[in-house]
Ligand binder design. Sequence first.
Ligand code: SF4
Length: 64
Amino acid sequence: MKFYVEPDLCISCGACISICPEVFSWNDDDGKAKAIDGNVPDDLVDSATEAMESCPTEAIKKED
Ligand code: SF4
């Protein structure tokens, strides 16, 4: 399971990083959130999904 942030939709609220800092962090290049590259470990998928569902602009997507 991979997660990614669409930078154009991210408003830099920080919610995803607060909920799941193991997966989401700031992209220093543009000040938007980003997800880790590659597959999210199974034990973090629930937390990352909660972060995705908490995003106010639905900027976070996931794919198998
Ligand atoms: Fe950006 Fe959404 Fe994360 Fe807020 S919750 S920082 S809008 S990706």
